[in-house]
Structures are given as C-alpha cells and as structure tokens.
Design a protein around this ligand. Sequence first.
Ligand code: HGY
Ligand code: MN
Ligand code: MN
Length: 425
Amino acid sequence: MSNQNSSSGKNAPGENLKIDGARLWDSLMEMAKIGPGIAGGNNRQTLTDEDGEGRALFASWCKAAGCTMGLDQMGNMFAHRPGTDPDALPVYVGSHLDTQPTGGKYDGVLGVLGGLEIIRSLNDLGIKTKHPIVVTNFTNEEGTRYAPAMLSSGVFAGIHTQDWAYGREDADGKAFGDELKRIGWRGDEETGARKMHAFFELHIEQGPILEAENCDIGVVTHGQGLSWTQVTITGKDSHTGSTPMPMRKDAGLGMARVLELVNEIALSHAPHAVGAAGHIDAYPNSRNVIPGKTVFTIDFRSPDLSVIEDMEARLKAGAKTICDDMGLDVEFEKVGGFDPVTFDEGCVSAVRTAAQRLGLSHMDLISGAGHDACWINRVAPTAMVMCPCVDGLSHNEAEEISPAWAEAGANVLFHAVVETAEIVA
Ligand code: HGY
Ligand code: MN
Ligand code: MN
C-alpha cells in the first residue's frame, strides 16, 4: 500500500488505492429491492415500513464491517469505524436512503453505500486512519412526505427545532415524531451533539451537465439556494355544467394562471434560475365540480439569493393581482428554503486533487439540487462529489447511472475522506 504526501501535506492515498466497484454495485442493487417502484425505480419514502427495512439492511452491513451504530432522536444513523486517535473528531461521509415516490435507485443511496464501501475497502486494505470515519444516513432528505426537504440534517445543523420537526404532518395527518417511533428508528442521542472534523457527500448530479461534458466527476463548489412557497387559492365549488362562466370562482383556473406566472418569472432570470410546482392538490378533485380550492407549492431555485428573493416577491404580487381580478382569495406559506451554499475550500480541494490523482476527468459544478451537505456545511467543513446520471434524469424511476460512474465517484470520495482522516502508515 503506497501513500504519498498530497498537496495538503497530509498522508494522501496512493493512486492505486481503490474501492471495490462490483461490491458497491451489488449493494446498490440489493438496497434497490427494498421499496420497489412500479417502473424499475424505488418508492421508499421516509418513515414508511420500507424505509425501516432499508435502515435495517444498512445497519446489518455496517455491523458486518465492524462498525458500531449510533442513532439520534431524528433517526439519523451513524456507523462508526474507530481511528487511532480517539480524541480526533471523526470524518463523516453519507447522504440519505429515503426516496421520492417515483424515485430512482441512486439518489442518496449512492452516497450512503459509497461511504460504507470506504469502510469495507479500508478493512480489506488493512488501513488505519487517525480520525474515526462515520457513515451517515440522514432521515427525510427528500421532504416529500414531510416538508421541508433535508429536515433531519436541518435539525442536526440547528436550522429547525426538533419539536417543530416532530410536529410536521403528512397528507394523512400522521406526525413525523410518531411515525419515526412507529418504525422503531427514533434514537436517544441528542440530535446535533456530534461534532465533525469534516463531512463529504457523494451524489448523482441529477442534471445533464457532467454527461454532456463527458466528465466523470463534479467537484461541487456551490449549491444553489431553494425556496418553497405553498400557495392556497380559494374560490367556490360549483357545478361544471350548470354554472354560467361569468359566475364561476374557479380556483383551478387561478392556479393555472399563477403557474404560468411562475414560469415567466423563472425565465426572466435565465439561464440559472428555475421554477415549477411539483406538489398540486385540487379540492374536491371531482370531475364535475369546479375546484373551490387549490393548494400547490412553488419551488424556486437560483445560485443568487437576490434572484430568489425577487422571484418570491414577484410571485406574491402577481398571484395577488391574478386572484383579485378573478374574485379569488390567495394565501402564501413559506414551507422550505435555504440560501445558496459555498462549500469548504479545503474539502473541495481534497475532492479536486483526488480526481486529479486518479486521472479522472473533472469539472467544478454548482449543485442544482439540495442535499444534506447544504445544511451540514453550516456546522462542519463540507464538500460534495458528483457523478453523471443518464440524460441528467432524476426524481424519476428511470434514473440511471453506469457502474463505472459509481465506481469513479466512490474512488474520489474514498481518497478525499481517507486523506482528510489521515492515513496512519
Ligand atoms: O429538493 C431537492 O433538491 C432534493 O432532491 N431533496
Ligand atoms: Mn438526494
Ligand atoms: Mn432527491
């Protein structure tokens, strides 16, 4: 086993140190069997029985790799591999195992199992590190069943209170705290008490840039900011056949006009800003009733905070005008968001030099999606590694990556983590 002084002066792994790509791929495929979707992807939503099964499988693999398991009060899981210096703060590495309802097999999972593969490879190679290494699964990164996204890494980083998070309810009125207890994954550790030397997250890009540039590795320098505004438009339920057009108070039409406005606002800040509504509910949602109420969430994103603030303001002003003109009521509730993120230069440099050492094509990247790393960056030096995904597609069951992309990303993660954890020769 050779190691060399890297640019940072710490013990860096030699370029011949690699993870076992086939073992990583097998684990990804094994995890994908839990909470299968209907079209080849996954539906392993947070705090469902399937989430519980996935957690149990992950914990069994970590224990088999010699790790001791920790669990905090938000259900965040921590698999601990000891370092030679018990006083040294651990290097954390991980992501999330929960998926979208029509999710892919790799979003989040690649980062958690990529972290486990580092432990397995260090064991195979008989490598010791000064700092412990801890592989992490953060609860409810997706924010689908329980808004907002990155809920538990947000509590860990002190963004949200745990009581507020426990009280979040899903569409059936089930509270987060109760469901976490029901699936048996509510731990005793105080959330956020753990201190980190650094945190690294491997994730698929979920966008088209790396594949289009024929680039193996994204060195993520920044993450764009996110804003979720829930809009409630109230009109009047009435018969779709017998109600004359001028008498209608159509909350569905009001929503359609607001969504058109959202598109215009985002396009006015081209090319980086984006906007859409992924969550849409119409009430009573009956074929022959004009919707008396619509509830939908506008997802605005941009690398520039002032652009996000402009989009939010124009949404509220424009939607109010639309609804006033139509005799509709409109209410707004901020249900999620975070400012644009700048990741730690030292950690980003460890990712970049790892890609260089391994001879992998790489480019700096701004993350289009939000990740647990965006919140953990508030409490520890943090960076992300990205790999391409086919057609940039994600949050779709057809999400796909190649074994080679997974292996390359995990090797860069391996080198960045091990260099930061400092190999003890
Ligand atoms: O919404 C996001 O960007 C992340 O996928 N949860
Ligand atoms: Mn994700
Ligand atoms: Mn996702």
